[in-house]
Structures are given as C-alpha cells and as structure tokens.
Design a protein around this ligand. Structure first.
Ligand code: GRF
Length: 202
C-alpha cells in the first residue's frame, strides 16, 4: 500500500504517462497550491524508463511502472493498472501522453472518472501527429482539448479547449510547442473544474 492522504477534502488523482510527462509536471505543480481541489496520489507508466517517473519521484509522488509486454493480453495489463489505481484509492485518472489503448472493460469501468488531453481541437485530427494533420489540412488555428475518456480513441465529451493560431512558417514542432504551452494551463484548469464538480460527465 502506498497511500498518501494530504487532505481528505481533495480528490485523489492518478496520472498515466508513457514518456516525457510535461503535462504530468504541470498537474503536479498545480496540485501543490493549497487551494487546488485535487492531489496527485500516484503516477503510473507503461514505460519503465519514462523520464516523467523521475520527476514524479523527485516531487514525492509515488510511482508504479510495468510494461504491457509482460502481459498476455490487453485485458490482463488493464487489470494490473486497475489494481494499482484501486490501491491508490483514486477518484480520477488523468491520461497525459499515455500511449496505450484500453480494453472496453477498463474504459467502461473508469468512464466518467478518466480524462485525457489531446493536442488538437477535437473532433478534428484524432490519433497520431495531430499537429501535422492540422498543417496538412490548412487550418488557421489549432489548440488542445481536455476531454472525458470513452472507449473510442480521442473521443468523448469535451471539458475544456484552448486555441492557438497557426502562423506562416509553422512546422509540426513549432506548432506543437505553441500548443504545449496551452496544454500546461488547460489540463490543471480542467482537472480543477472536475474536482470541484463544475464539470461533470454528461
Ligand atoms: C501531449 O501533447 C499530449 O497532448 C499528448 O501527448 C503529449 C504528451 O506530452 N496526448 P507530455 O508527455 O505531457 O510532455
């Protein structure tokens, strides 16, 4: 058991990552504020060497890491994640660059309690390389979407969106960097709305 109970009035949130974890960092930093309505009680990664894990540990957040490759099926891996989340007594799950698709059973169980962030103005440009998709489509603007997770990939009711312009000369990297600045504001804001009951799964 790895329980931290800082404030029983705060919602208990786990973050799932696969890599860099800059959105995870933004959430951990936001949750340090006294008035923030959620605490980050654990970070899980399916990549044992995800850089985000070091940041979480350095900030006193418990971590768990397990490769999906150790499991015979998607369902078995999801059951393992589910056990970790139950152990942490999680109210909400934030996906932050978690590069795994869930089994329907897991997605259904956590429906209404799981959020994701995607670097496009959903429903535009789901899936991989959404910034390049926006450039290829000739869009004038892009942004990010925080949404409730449902079994369909990059789909589900929107909680919050933030917009950025697409500028002449942009490539996928420059656009991604501009969107990322907004992601780091939007995700903590959306989680706060959820934790305060201002945003509810419809
Ligand atoms: C972010 O752009 C997020 O929107 C997408 O994956 C990226 C993860 O970046 N789902 P980071 O690991 O949070 O830095």
């Amino acid at each position: 058991m790895n329980l931290r109970r800082i404030d029983p009035g705060k919602k208990r949130v786990a973050i799932l990552i696969s890599g860099r974890g800059s959105n995870m960092q933004a959430l951990i930093q936001a949750a340090k504020a006294a008035g923030y309505p959620a605490e980050i009680v654990g970070v899980f990664s399916n990549k044992l060497d995800a850089p985000g894990l070091d940041y979480a540990r350095a900030n006193g957040v418990p971590t768990a890491a397990r490769s999906h490759k150790h499991f015979a099926s998607r369902e078995d891996f999801d059951a393992w994640i589910d056990a970790v989340l139950e152990d942490w007594q999680v109210d909400y799950v934030c996906l932050a660059g978690f590069m795994r698709i869930f089994s329907n059973g897991f997605a259904r169980k956590w429906s209404g309690r799981m959020l994701n962030i995607h670097p496009s103005l959903l429903p535009l440009h789901k899936g991989l390389k959404p910034q390049q998709q926006a450039l290829d489509a000739g869009d004038a603007e892009s942004g990010c979407t925080v949404h409730w997770v449902i079994p369909d990939l990059d789909d589900g009711p929107t909680i919050l969106q933030a917009r950025v312009p697409i500028l002449p000369g942009d490539d996928a990297d420059s656009l991604a960097a501009r969107i990322l600045v907004q992601e780091h504001r939007a995700y903590p804001q959306a989680l706060a709305m959820v934790a305060r009951g201002e945003a509810v799964f419809p």
